[in-house]
Design a protein. Structure first.
Lengths: 113, 217
């Protein structure tokens, strides 16, 4: 049986590998919600593909908008796949550390984790 | 099914946030009570794995793609729907804040759909189907499929309330796409449960066998 430390490391490494493969292999087709939005606005039939350049009309008036530091899991066009890798690896490690950190803080007063 | 900021008016987003926070509070309490040095690695690894695999969109035909959401997986493996709320909340915060995947004002709605509804539907349908069929793969597959489909339908209703989609058109399209994406959810959920049961059978709280204390080797 795998001990906790090995499980933690193997699990994180597998996650990072999945993320790396995703950068190159993930489908760029719209997801279910985006597809539905395209269907609703008439740019896609229910079962057909959307036009290459179809864009989702977003209401921006009266809606919150936020510029994330790494939109679309990338660091901008010029960085290409390398930017994608950095973004995905950073996100995966951050999700991992966020759980460890939060539990550590939660359990901190007197109790061992 | 990450809802962007533009899809929901701010005041409705705030209402979803308030409801979500109740469940997030309960999930944090779950984590406080349940987390020990055996379970913490599993929760942390699941958060990393669910983040990574959510970035992996697979084509599902009809010009659409989808990915694992992970609510059923987290709830089944850790034996509580609040595990799904806890893990999905962490993943959604990282996705929304760092990558703009899912909005900030809509994060509450996303937590409700994928964490709360996904986690509760996944957990209780797994329990029910497991009791009837006695089969882990069958129950986990169906539970995961439902945990993808039902949140998508909830999302369609939220989109209707927000005035973004018409009700029927939204329900039909969201339903059809996520009925297919749900197959991905089912396959990966069953595979991941097998994988984790193989390396750490003691960690999996899925009712297959009583949790045994295993002495350190």
């Amino acid at each position: 049986m795998m001990d906790n430390r090995t499980f933690l490391i193997v699990g994180l490494v597998i996650s990072l590998l999945v993320g790396c493969i995703a950068v190159f292999m993930a489908s760029s087709d719209p997801d279910g919600l985006e597809s539905t939005a395209l269907v609703v606005q008439g740019d896609k039939t229910l079962t057909g593909a959307a036009h290459e350049d179809a864009e989702i009309h977003e209401v921006t008036e009266g809606r919150f908008s936020y510029e994330s530091p790494m939109p679309d899991y990338a660091l901008g066009e010029e960085m290409g796949s390398a930017g994608g890798l950095v973004a995905i690896l950073a996100g995966t490690i951050l999700a991992f550390l966020a759980v460890l950190g939060l539990v550590y803080v939660m359990k901190a007063p007197g109790k061992s984790v | 099914m990450h809802i962007p900021d533009a899809f929901i008016p701010i005041y409705q987003g705030a209402i979803y946030w308030v409801i979500a926070l109740v469940f997030v509070f309960l999930a944090v309490r779950w984590a406080k009570n349940e987390m020990n040095e055996e379970k913490l690695p599993l929760v942390a690894v699941l958060a990393a794995a669910i983040f990574a695999i959510q970035s992996f969109n697979l084509p599902v035909s009809m010009g659409t793609s989808g990915h694992l959401v992970g609510g059923a997986l987290a709830a089944i493996i850790l034996g509580s729907p609040f595990a799904a709320v806890f893990i999905l909340t962490m993943v959604l915060i990282v996705q929304g804040v760092l990558f703009g995947d899912g909005g900030i004002t809509t994060m509450g709605a996303n937590i409700i759909n994928m964490g709360v509804i996904g986690g509760f539907v996944g957990f209780y349908s797994y329990k029910g189907i497991k009791a009837a069929t006695k089969s882990m793969p069958v129950s986990a597959f169906i539970a995961a499929w439902l945990a993808c489909l039902i949140p998508a339908l909830a999302c369609a209703v939220e989109m209707f309330i927000a005035g973004t989609f018409p009700l029927m058109e939204g329900l039909v399209a969201m339903g059809i796409y996520h009925a297919i994406i749900g197959v991905i959810e089912g396959v990966i959920t069953v595979a991941a449960i097998y994988l984790i049961m193989n390396v750490r059978p003691d960690l999996v709280d899925n009712g297959v066998k009583p949790v045994k204390k295993v002495s350190a080797v």
